[in-house]
Design a protein around this ligand. Structure first.
Ligand code: ZN
Ligand code: ZN
Length: 641
């Protein structure tokens, strides 16, 4: 008998050679129907593979990331089978799972291929899936593997086999198709119920431009047809919400090749939005005991030698700026922490002064390869809503709780209500690779876990995911389309206080090292605005809208009244504009709707004489007419976060 430990900690006894599928069956038939693969001692295995020794087993279903990727990789095999059936003689490169779906690189020889062929391939995939063919694993010798693919005439597989040690090679067969693969795979093709081929592209064999270009076919599969429909709808919706598209339409930001790639230009409306985010957070931070600081955009090389950034990133960073006379070297600031450490050191600190909380909307520059740049989410210059907390080890928990409060306040004000906290801790089996004392680590880790629990955060704990210099807590936020974003990191750091020799005098009159905590609720303003645009599809909460109202005079006659109205609203810090164009009112309303301006104030004869406004709300419609005073009260109530 062997002992199988399940994720809930329970231990069950089974005969040696039991498979994960049999374990699933012994628990429930329903579970077994959904099992795609299993994690055995941390490695993903076929559910049909016998387990020979005491093991920790986690059954994987569609709800597990590793279950999904096994499913999608298995779908790539099925796609290959369909291609081989439809295009005999096709040669196959590699077919991995990707974040969503899979691809297969294939060589059709001289046969032309385009996305027009997708439909018939999809039909074939579903036809083959219905045969419920098992994915059968078979270890083969290197000689047999070479013989098989030589006979088949697939030089790509032969090229792959060449690098594999004899004794490690396995084939997998489903239906009429055999592939070189180390696995794992799902039990049979029957689980694949819906398929969509997404696109086709060229890809050099092994990414080498001097070698043959293969055809890369991207696809995605699902266990239910409705999931495919939902997924395609999501993609359409994501396209509509793409922050690069909306950023342009709403005139928020722009890029100019002359200025430089990856360096965003904030346009007036985008700047108004960004300033409001900054003011909002600044106000909350002042309340929470932060002090605002400002540091320069560059720093002396020695600063980064001390911080360790020079050694670690020097070669991959923007290269130094040199002074013409002294030959000194300066770097564009890649992070604000080293500067803040120097601010901490400007005067002696006592245990009573801690925590010291230094906040800065600090602009930093990081080199990203041009191919990696993407809208506002991957840029070369960005502004962090950064702060560094310097505290005593016994204050870590309280500080974490306060930062959690702040992050949740930010999420609440911006409509992010679906989040989990991910706590990253040390690998308990390999404590030597971390800097800092065992005692401090243990205290910080329990502080973070307790803080998250006391704040009722839904939390996932990941062992071995901590940075070498400290444990951390990340917020994983789901947006309106269910996509996950990492926002709001809180990171403990034992490294920089050591490198900068930061100190405080304790109650024992001795010198001690403070603990440093990095935190940024938004992450960076650029990335956050990108996420926000896509989350709310450009319909910002009223308090953030760059233009909260637009006044639409029915004709030139009412411009005076419109101006008076606009001034009055601006006096109450409500901002907007007047549409002075000589257009029909219907047209003005339509244009304002496209610009997603929250309130449209229509003024004509009745409004001007009686001191009223006729109000339309974006996405809602006509709210009727009211006095200016009434409208002001309503809008101020809505703006107050
Ligand atoms: Zn495979
Ligand atoms: Zn930092």
């Amino acid at each position: 008998m062997i002992s199988i430990t399940l994720p809930d900690g329970s231990v069950r006894q089974y005969d040696k050679g039991i498979t994960s599928m049999q374990i699933a069956l012994s628990i429930s038939e329903g579970l077994a129907r959904n099992v795609l693969a299993a994690e055995v001692n941390g490695e993903v295995w076929d559910a049909s593979r016998p387990i020979e020794e005491d093991s920790a087993v986690k059954l994987l279903t569609w709800n597990d990331a590793k279950g999904k990727s096994t499913y999608w990789h298995s779908s790539a095999h099925l796609l290959a089978e369909a291609l081989e059936a439809l295009y005999p003689g096709t040669k196959f490169g590699i077919g991995p799972a990707i974040e969503t779906g899979f691809y297969y690189d294939v060589d059709f020889g001289d046969e032309p291929f385009s996305s027009d062929d997708f439909k018939k391939i999809e039909d074939k995939v579903i036809e083959l899936a219905k045969t419920k063919s098992e994915y059968i694993r078979k270890p083969v010798s290197k000689a047999d593997a070479i013989a098989y693919f030589t006979e088949k005439g697939d030089e790509y597989k032969l090229d792959l086999i060449k690098d594999l040690p004899d004794g490690s090679i396995t084939f997998y067969t489903q239906g009429n198709f055999t592939d070189l693969c180390r696995g794992p795979h799902i039990p049979n093709t029957g689980a694949i119920k819906a398929v969509k081929l997404m696109s086709v592209a060229g890809a050099y064999w092994r990414g080498d431009e001097s070698r043959k270009q293969l055809t890369r076919i991207y696809g995605v599969t699902f266990p239910k047809a409705s999931e495919l429909t939902d997924y395609l709808h999501l993609i359409e919706e994501a396209k509509k919400r793409d922050h690069r598209k909306l950023g342009k339409e709403l005139e928020l930001f722009a890029f100019s090749e002359k200025v430089g790639m990856g360096l965003p230009l904030w346009l007036p409306k985008g700047t108004a939005l960004r300033e409001r985010l900054v003011n909002f957070l600044q106000k909350a931070q002042v309340k929470a005991g932060y002090e605002q600081v400002i540091t320069p955009h560059i720093g002396h090389k020695n600063l980064y030698v001390t911080s360790g950034h020079y050694e670690k990133y020097g070669a991959d960073a923007f290269q130094p700026i040199k002074t013409p006379q002294e030959g000194e070297e300066f770097f564009l600031k890649p992070m604000n922490c080293p500067h803040h450490c120097e601010i901490y050191k400007t005067k002696p600190r006592s245990y009573k002064d801690l925590p010291v909380r230094l906040a800065e909307f600090g602009t930093v520059y990081r080199y990203e390869q041009s191919g990696e740049l993407h809208g506002l989410t991957r840029v070369r210059g960005f502004t962090q809503d950064d702060a560094h907390l310097f505290c005593r080890p016994d204050q870590v928990k309280e500080e974490f709780k306060k930062v959690i409060d702040l992050v949740l306040y930010v999420f609440g004000a911006l409509g992010f209500d679906n989040y989990t906290a991910q706590v990253s801790l040390r690998d308990p089996n390999n404590k030597t690779k971390y800097i800092g004392t065992d005692e401090n680590w243990a205290l910080a880790e329990s502080s973070i876990i307790e803080a998250a629990a006391e704040k009722n955060l839904p939390t996932i704990v990941e062992y071995g995911e901590a940075a070498f210099y400290g444990p951390k807590l990340d917020f994983m936020v789901k947006d309106a389309l269910g996509r996950k974003w990492q926002l709001g990191t809180i990171q403990v750091d034992y490294n920089l206080p050591e490198r900068f020799e930061l100190e405080y005098t304790g109650s024992d009159n001795q010198k001690h090292r403070p603990v440093m905590i990095h935190r940024a609720p938004f992450g960076s303003l650029e990335r956050f605005v990108a996420v926000l645009i896509e989350h709310c599809a450009g319909n910002f909460p009223l308090w953030l809208s760059p233009e909260q109202f637009i006044i639409l005079p029915i004709s030139e006659k009412y411009e005076e009244y419109a101006k008076k109205l606009s001034d009055e609203l601006k006096d109450s810090d409500i901002c907007g504009l007047i549409d002075f164009r000589d257009e029909k009112i219907g047209r003005k309303i339509r244009d304002a709707e496209v610009k997603k301006i929250p309130y449209m104030l229509i003024v004509g004869e009745k409004e001007a004489t009686e001191g009223l406004v006729s109000v339309r709300k974006h996405g809602t419609g006509d709210l009727g007419s009211m006095s200016i005073e009434e409208f002001k009260i309503q809008i101020i109530k809505e703006i107050t976060v």
